[in-house]
Design a protein around this ligand. Structure first.
Ligand code: TZP
Ligand code: MG
Length: 211
């Protein structure tokens, strides 16, 4: 079953009239089981408090909570894991800090980065960026469906696609055989995060049953 991964952005949630805790609760209630706390402009204290809130919510639903970049926060709240990009703390160091049982996600943007990650001690790959997105400014060149397909065909690691995935594009992602889709605005920025999540999950299920 293809999986839906919610990546947070409290500014986008706020612009849609929601707190992040509400968005995460609604998304989990609708079936999301992967949540990544990704906040680029919060103070450490605010990040920590949000992390504690989200830990309580995700735990209640049996969903995993992954922390973007901040190994210290992941350790402090006993999160399920850490997600790092190519310019963040090297995954070997993250592993030595968080231990063998926690989850590490690593973002890759192209085939060269995939090759370097093939024997890495990580648990999944984030594949970025698939489609144009207004959510992240510094995106590398776009992979599109063909690029995603090529990456998925060359790795045994679980793969979560990210970038511009929404109700119009999620079925194409599902058909590539990627493990799942990660979204920000398609949940955080919607009037009803619950209904938006239900619809994304329904579309993924439909695409999959036609493979
Ligand atoms: N990494 C690559 S694109 C992106 C991240 C975090 C943002 C994706 O946001 P959206 O709103 O799902 O397009
Ligand atoms: Mg990062």
């Amino acid at each position: 079953m293809s999986q839906l991964y919610l990546v947070t952005d409290s500014a986008i949630a706020q612009a849609a009239g929601h707190t992040l805790a509400f968005v995460v609760d609604e998304a989990c209630r609708a079936g999301v089981r992967w949540v990544q706390l990704r906040e680029k402009s919060l103070s450490t204290r605010a990040f920590l408090e949000l992390g504690m809130d989200l830990k309580r919510i995700t735990q209640a639903y049996g969903a995993k909570l992954i922390i973007n970049d901040r190994v210290d926060i992941a350790l402090a709240i006993d999160a399920d894991g850490v997600h790092v990009g190519q310019d963040d703390m090297p995954y070997e160091l993250v592993r030595s800090l968080i231990g063998p049982d926690k989850i590490i996600g690593l973002s890759i943007n192209n085939l060269a980065e995939l090759e370097a990650a093939q024997n890495a001690n990580v648990d999944y790959l984030g594949i970025a960026t698939i489609f144009p997105t207004g959510t992240k400014q510094d995106t590398s060149s776009l992979l599109g469906i063909a690029g995603l397909q090529e990456i998925c065909s060359r790795t045994q690691l679980p793969t979560f696609a990210i970038g511009g995935i929404n109700t119009r594009t999620i079925q194409d992602i599902t058909r590539t055989g990627a493990t799942g889709s990660a979204v920000v605005s398609a949940i955080c920025g919607q009037a009803s995060p619950y209904e938006a999540t239900r619809e994304l999950i329904r579309l993924m299920g439909d695409a999959q049953s036609k493979v």
